[in-house]
Design a protein around this ligand. Structure first.
Ligand SMILES: *[C@@H]1O[C@H](CO)[C@@H](O)[C@H](O)[C@H]1NC(C)=O
Ligand SMILES: *[C@@H]1O[C@H](CO)[C@@H](O)[C@H](O)[C@H]1NC(C)=O
Ligand SMILES: *[C@@H]1O[C@H](CO)[C@@H](O)[C@H](O)[C@H]1NC(C)=O
Ligand SMILES: *[C@@H]1O[C@H](CO)[C@@H](O)[C@H](O)[C@H]1NC(C)=O
Ligand SMILES: *[C@@H]1O[C@H](CO)[C@@H](O)[C@H](O)[C@H]1NC(C)=O
Ligand SMILES: *[C@@H]1O[C@H](CO)[C@@H](O)[C@H](O)[C@H]1NC(C)=O
Ligand SMILES: *[C@@H]1O[C@H](CO)[C@@H](O)[C@H](O)[C@H]1NC(C)=O
Ligand SMILES: *[C@@H]1O[C@H](CO)[C@@H](O)[C@H](O)[C@H]1NC(C)=O
Ligand SMILES: *[C@@H]1O[C@H](CO)[C@@H](O)[C@H](O)[C@H]1NC(C)=O
Ligand SMILES: *[C@@H]1O[C@H](CO)[C@@H](O)[C@H](O)[C@H]1NC(C)=O
Length: 385
């Protein structure tokens, strides 16, 4: 509360200053130029020319962690589609500024190293412009270049967890570099989480795969057969979505657009490890799901963490084995189950627990549970043994 009042007051003091800056911004309110900046304390934003996207500061849950991101404007269920400083939240929002500095777009906080930077070598700062295009792409270019130019840097080349229409998740055949779509850590923390989507060249059989912790693959789209990916026939052109798969000498990628210019869409790898295509149109109350993969939550590798079990028919899907409790209660409540479960008490005999109760350790049967894919078996002669 105190904090809120302080900020409110600051807002009053800065009113006139704010007014003049605002005039400045309205010259091109879809762009940041060398002479302008976005101020965190004033919560300034830029809006794409067609009013589709907005870029600015946001926070989720924890009010001491702020981020710069892009979201669809005019959508009731706000959806952040890109985050600049995923791993380094801003704690001092009042001194945060997004501006052109030393040939880059940088996020700075008073008297500190940049929190985030486009980190490219470009021309002289004075002519640089960062424009939020109407497709949601933030492009850093020379002001003398046309708006359609690719520029020195663009956010579409550095996606977060969302693929927007017109963007791509590509495999670069020359550099062998893969673009990754990486889930948020949990619903309040955009830091890179455990699940990622990438295009994998298996021989010449390119297929999209989802991995857990960047290593273990648990889903594949199958190869492109000319019309669709063999294991996800729904990921194809239909009456709403115009999917196209491109495979040339330089790169391979999937991209999509919508036939109806009034509707908007996003493909997200969410904190539950599933990819989900949704769309939204004027007047709708929520995002409309077209499809998601893998189809079952419990098909997501390691979803419930160590000593956790996944049950497709219960809500929530994850629970701990008997005698175990969530390792990180807060994360568990935010639907981040990756920490798994730990024993509620230390075992008296097999562990270092108290033996004073006289109770003996024994094995507990867990019927109707299938083992994880990398399970190990210990051979025993009988149940008693
Ligand atoms: C920034 O301001 C300087 C001096 O007023 C001016 O010469 C320059 O053209 C401006 N740059 C942009 C991108 O507006
Ligand atoms: C800044 O303003 C935008 C748009 O009004 C809002 O969605 C966002 O939550 C605000 N951010 C902060 C940090 O208050
Ligand atoms: C909020 O974030 C700060 C800084 O990362 C952290 O110290 C604090 O524990 C967080 N608070 C909650 C309630 O998560
Ligand atoms: C910026 O780019 C250089 C060269 O590509 C790299 O060595 C450096 O680590 C990058 N810095 C950041 C903060 O990403
Ligand atoms: C690569 O392709 C072969 C043949 O289609 C398949 O058996 C194998 O599982 C694939 N490897 C991966 C990692 O998908
Ligand atoms: C993910 O892999 C890293 C090593 O690459 C490891 O340190 C980390 O513990 C793993 N995460 C989980 C949740 O197992
Ligand atoms: C997917 O491709 C196969 C093989 O070309 C085709 O038979 C099938 O109709 C396609 N499915 C959809 C939904 O387009
Ligand atoms: C579908 O997408 C392709 C490739 O992006 C594009 O060339 C084509 O014009 C699109 N079709 C329609 C009807 O929008
Ligand atoms: C992620 O997507 C799946 C499939 O649509 C959905 O069931 C699940 O609730 C989503 N997770 C979150 C945290 O929104
Ligand atoms: C029991 O305690 C000892 C000494 O503190 C330690 O070395 C050992 O790893 C512990 N065993 C278990 C199962 O926790």
């Amino acid at each position: 509360m105190v904090m809120k009042n302080a900020r409110c007051c600051m807002f009053c003091v800065l009113f006139f200053l704010c007014f003049s800056i605002h005039l400045n911004l309205s010259e091109g309110d879809d762009s940041i130029t060398a002479n302008q900046s976005l101020s965190g304390s004033l919560n300034q934003t830029i809006v794409s020319a067609g009013q589709t996207f907005e870029l600015g500061f946001f926070t989720r849950g924890n009010f001491s962690r702020y981020y710069v991101g892009i979201w669809y404007k005019n959508v009731i269920q706000q959806a952040i589609v890109w985050v600049a400083n995923r791993e380094k939240p801003i704690s001092d929002i009042n001194s945060a500024e997004l501006k052109i500095l030393d040939g880059n777009l940088v996020l700075v906080v008073k008297s500190q190293d940049p929190i985030w930077s486009t980190n490219v070598s470009s021309t002289n700062s004075n002519s640089l412009v960062a424009t939020l295009n109407d497709d949601g792409n933030l492009v850093l270019r020379d002001g003398s270049e046309p708006r359609s130019s690719e520029g020195f840097w663009q956010s579409f080349d550095h996606p977060a967890d969302t693929l927007l229409p017109g963007a791509k998740i590509a495999y670069d055949k020359r550099t062998k570099a893969k673009q990754l779509l990486i889930s948020w850590k949990n619903s309040e923390d955009p830091a890179p989480g455990l699940f990622s989507l990438e295009l994998d060249p298996n021989g010449s059989q390119y297929q999209y795969i989802i991995k857990w912790n960047r290593t273990r693959q648990y889903w594949t789209s199958g190869a492109w057969n000319g019309h669709n990916f063999s294991l996800v026939p729904e990921m194809t052109r239909n009456s709403i979505f115009n999917f196209s798969y491109v495979d040339n000498i330089n790169e391979a990628y999937l991209t999509y657009s919508l036939y109806n210019p009034e509707s908007i869409s996003k493909l997200v790898i969410n904190v539950s490890g599933q990819i989900k295509l949704t769309s939204w149109w004027q007047g709708a109350e929520d995002w409309n799901s077209a499809w998601s993969q893998p189809r079952l939550q419990c098909e997501v590798y390691g979803y419930c963490g160590a000593f956790g079990t996944c049950n497709q028919n219960s809500s929530p899907y994850c629970s701990c084995l008997r005698g175990f409790k969530p390792k990180f209660e807060n994360d568990w409540n935010l639907r981040d189950y990756s920490g798994g479960c730990v024993r509620e008490i230390v075992l008296p005999q097999c562990g270092n627990g108290s033996t004073s109760t006289g109770k003996k350790d024994k094995f507990l049967q867990n019927p109707q549970v299938s083992l994880p894919v990398n399970s190990q078996t210990v051979i025993a002669g009988s149940a008693g043994e």
